[in-house]
Design a protein. Sequence first.
Length: 541
Amino acid sequence: MTQPAAAKAPAPARAVGSSNQHSAFKDKTKPAEIRASSITAAKAVADAVRTSLGPKGMDKMIQEPKGDVTITNDGATILQQMKLAHPAAKMLVELSKAQDAEAGDGTTSVVILAGALLDASAKLLSRGIHPTAISESFLRAGEKCSEILADMATPVDLSDRESLLKSASTSLNSKVVHQHAGTLAATSVDAVLKVIDPAKDTNVDLKDIKIMKKLGGVVEDTELIDGVLFDQKSSSFGGPTRVDKPKIGLIQFCISPPKTDMDNQVVVSDYAAMDRVLREERQYLLNIVKQIKKSGCNVLLVQKSILRDAVSDLAHHFLAKMKIMVIKDIEREDIEYVCKSLNVRPAASLDHFTADTLATAELAEEIQTGSSKMVKITGVQNRGRTVNVLLRGSNKLVLEEADRSLHDALCVIRCLVKKRALIAGGGAPEMEMTLRLSEHSHTLTGVEAYCFRAFADALEIIPYTLAENAGLNPIVTVTELRNRHAKGEKNAGINVRRGQITNILEESVVQPLLVSVSAITLAAETVCSILKIDDVINVVN
Ligand code: ADP
Ligand code: MG
């Protein structure tokens, strides 16, 4: 059994403020003070993002020191950019990051839930309940909530495109770019369905979905590309810009004169030696280019190099003469994606560059998108399961937010691949949990019953905030919602469009079960760890 924070226990040596003799008194209040300050700091963070929740939530404008501006509604993005001093406040940022990694959506909700739970625990603490008792009960209540949610959920099949679209739209509805929800939802559903095998896959590697942002046009022009796109144009040395039946090679070495490892200088003093150096260089490069040509390659992809020119001008000239199209500056982290989509093997040295490493396709050509050029390869043989999304937007702010929103929508679909179940949105699951959890608390006794009830009441924050942000009277709305749920209408939710309580499933507001389950469990865990902190120790460097 846990001992209450005993005042009689010998006072441990403290690094901070141990100057006076009356440390017994101090020891008793300090943990409480630390806890109170953690709770206050973390709640302040939760309050900061509260107004962003839901389809009628507000957006935030984030200004960076350099003057860059970001407009967003995404909880994880807002929190990540905040400059926070208190360690407990930083825990909420981590919480939202964790939710982003686990579910991808619900990053605002999770922080708001944590804030409400902290509020509840502050009240329980003031009634003299020990923090350990609170945190243990909260963890159990979190588990109970997962069960309640699972009870509410309806299974969904990945062939049910309509449901997938609905859940992607729900997530997109609350974004700055919500007027383009239709296009982005369809894009995200198609993209995920293209890279998975619905029969056996239980996860989606989002790295297989490459999103390319191009300024110009409107978000509606966003499309799934049938082929592989490269952000670069083919290098302009008079080489081909269109190759039929290309044979594509990928090299990770450079076609430029080698450099010394250290910063050395070679002084060439006479003309004959100078000539020889130039000739050697030509010979060296020509040899590499000839060998590339010999393998049959006519489209060459070159990994970006930071040490020296990946392809020198002279090499470009030779490659152009031999009618080899060059796409250089392929980022290191993109190599895996390129290999998978083109079915090509990267060559780390010239000796490994042989005909059998090459990929074949129908066509490689340079295309014009907006104000810049890109290279598109179509008809790839044995193409891996990857897709390319070309995201368009009329300005940088919209484009960036569209990218973040598309990521959320992709994550929502990924959640459905991981756990194929949907629940209603609009505050319905939270209200249902509140009621069922308080019912459950009647079967409990003592401190635990108190804690369960407090936990249950805290969950009402989500419908309350949704109503508040939509300009409805939160108390009236939440009371009616509670009534309807008490009457057994499991799916009654806040219809923000009409400003009343309706069956939210009919409004097509659905979200993946995983998003809600992960939000509630992660929030409970974070609150527990904040409650268990009774001292902050600063390390002096
Ligand atoms: P998060 O970052 O937590 O995903 P959002 O701003 O996306 O935050 O808001 C999500 C909340 O809004 C969820 O509780 C969801 O049920 C609710 N919601 C989304 N669309 C609607 C809608 N059309 N009507 C009512 N509630 C909605
Ligand atoms: Mg969302």
